[in-house]
Design a protein around this ligand. Structure first.
Ligand code: SAH
Length: 348
């Protein structure tokens, strides 16, 4: 636990101090983050984050379409439903042509970013993926990749092919917890990958799974301190959702209210970041995904994997059966007074 209260409670001074630090990019100390996480009531924390989001990013929501093109994975992450030891899962691997046809459809709907995500599938190496990236770039949209840990030269090939952004959640900065949960890699390697991606001038996305078995609140503060150092362009946090076909089947769900608090704190320390309201929050209860937009979030990443594959990209249960009702969401954003980056000319 932390020792002293760094800032007085319940005064305007508190709000002013936080906003000033946030806007000026002054780093928050462990004590300050602990105070905000442990002592400040959630609603005040969300309100602060919402204010910062509005001031720094305005009312625009970015919609980024995800295509999960392969659920083959060489890794055995303890929390993940597509881990290699889940022999009951039907595996699929989309073909180049299928991915491109899907991407084109989404571009015609008005999406300006296509996100390609997969397990760590050795058959989808950087060379093969770079061809798809090049083709999607011809549609005039941004390409985000989320295909796990690769060598520097592979990240370079993909960047060269035109990939703009890369999502690689660091999951947890707790070294022991990380190596237990991800036996095929190390925290050190994951962090190295994140810095390589920065060096190659990708827009980089990191983030945590919140509520992992054995994860402490103090370690979440370490996650925030790490994010403050890494300064990623994007940060996605989601609650842990136990998958019945994994060794973590019996553990409880991550607390969505805690996720919202960490989202808010992330907005405070990284005022300009793009922060998604994650699908996992919505799986626990759709209300939390909406709430995230009042706690600092400004991005939504609809899962638009073709229906015939979608249910098999089951990193956690309930994910594949989520339908993304685009018109419903556009209406929701309109009611919330938020604009979206969906191109109005192409959209129908
Ligand atoms: N192979 C890629 C993509 C992994 S899936 C990579 O390693 O980056 C995308 C994200 O799903 C993961 O980064 C993890 O944060 C999340 N995830 C996986 N299983 C989960 C679970 N059971 N509960 C919550 N989030 C999970």
């Amino acid at each position: 636990m932390y020792k002293k209260l760094p800032i007085p409670k319940s005064t305007n001074f508190l709000e002013e101090r936080i906003l000033e630090k946030s806007f000026k990019g002054i780093k928050f100390s462990r004590e300050e983050l602990a105070y905000l996480l442990y002592e400040l009531d959630s609603e005040s924390l969300y309100a602060l984050a919402d204010k910062i989001r509005k001031e720094q990013r305005g009312n625009l929501v970015f919609l980024r379409a995800i295509i999960e093109f392969s659920n083959y994975c060489r890794n055995n992450c303890l929390y993940c439903g597509i881990r290699r030891d889940n022999k009951e899962l039907k595996r699929y691997r989309m073909k180049e042509k299928e991915i491109l046809a899907e991407a084109e459809k989404l571009v015609l709907k008005g999406f300006k970013t296509i996100v390609l995500q997969s397990g760590e599938d050795p058959l989808w190496d950087a060379k093969r993926l770079s061809k798809v990236v090049k083709e999607i770039k011809k549609f005039g949209v941004a390409v985000t990749l989320s295909v796990g840990e690769l060598d520097y030269k592979d990240y370079a090939i993909l960047r060269e092919a035109g990939a703009d952004r890369y999502l690689l959640k660091h999951e947890t900065i707790d070294k022991k917890l990380f190596s237990w949960l991800k036996p095929d890699t190390t925290l050190e390697k994951r962090i190295r990958c994140l810095f390589w991606l920065k060096e190659l001038e990708y827009e980089v996305g990191a983030g945590c799974i919140i509520g992992l078995p054995g994860q402490t609140l103090d370690s979440l503060i370490d996650d925030l301190l790490f994010l403050q150092e890494l300064k990623p362009d994007m940060v996605g946090h989601g609650p842990f959702i136990p998958h019945p076909k994994t060794p973590l089947a019996g553990f409880p769900y991550g607390n969505p209210e805690l996720v919202l608090k960490i989202v808010a704190l992330t907005r405070i320390i990284l005022p300009y970041a793009n922060i998604p309201a994650t699908t996992a929050l919505g799986v626990i209860n759709p209300v939390y995904r909406i709430k995230a937009f009042y706690a600092g979030a400004n991005v939504i990443m609809p899962d638009l994997t073709p229906e015939k594959y979608k249910t098999f990209y089951e990193i956690y249960p309930g994910k594949g059966i989520q339908k993304f009702d685009l018109n419903g969401w556009l209406e929701t954003f309109r009611k919330m007074g938020r604009k979206t980056d969906l191109s109005p000319i192409n959209y129908h």
